[in-house]
Structure formats: C-alpha cells, structure tokens
Design a protein. Structure first.
Length: 113
C-alpha cells in the first residue's frame, strides 16, 4: 500500500534560483517542488531556494532529494541540450514562505494523492 503524498500543482511560470543555479519550477506541493536547471545538483545537499515572484523573491530552505538528467533533443541540432529535473523537499518555511507555497498550491495545499 502506497503512502499518500501531497498533490503536485504545475507551476512552470515561476523562475527560481536553487543554490547558485537558475531554473524554472515545474511543480509544487505542500512539502516540496520539482525544479528544472541546467546543471546537476548533489542529492542530500541543503540549500536556499528563491522563488522569483513579481512582488519580491521568497526564500525557502530545501534539501535536494533527487536530480535526474533529461536530455532535450532539438531538431537539426548536432548535440542535445542537457537539463536536470531536481526534486527538493522544504526543510524550513518562514510564515511568509508558507503563505506563498499555499497560494501557489491553491486548494491542493491540503490534499493528498
């Protein structure tokens, strides 16, 4: 039997900085997020994640739980673009960060799948 986990919500329009890497948030849940970056990050590492939102950046502290290479094929190109999908788990959320995560998740913030 599988343990329920928080519902993930697509968020590809949110730009982020994960450690020193710029990226795009692909989805978010009440406990973590998936971020697309151009470089691999070390699983187990704790680092800052900044959500670059219109009003101001929102900092969170996260632990990297996975990093998966997903090559992107470009028609006519002689090489592939490398992108990494990096899973993070929120480890520290200030009240403001928690409100921001709840807003991005919407009604799914309290749901599991």
């Amino acid at each position: 039997m599988r343990t329920p986990r928080p519902v993930r919500v697509p968020t590809s329009s949110v730009a982020v900085r994960l450690g020193t890497e710029l990226g795009q948030m692909m989805d978010i849940s009440a406990t973590g997020a998936m971020v697309r970056t151009g470089a691999p990050l070390v699983v187990g590492r704790t680092c800052a994640l900044f959500l670059n939102l219109p009003d101001e950046p929102v900092p969170l502290t996260v632990r990297i739980t996975r990093a998966e290479l997903r090559p992107v094929e470009i028609p006519g190109a002689t090489s592939q673009l490398r992108q990494y999908f990096v899973g993070v788990r929120f480890t520290e959320l200030s009240p403001k960060a928690k409100r921001t995560v709840a807003q991005l998740c919407g009604a799914a913030f309290a749901e599991t799948e």
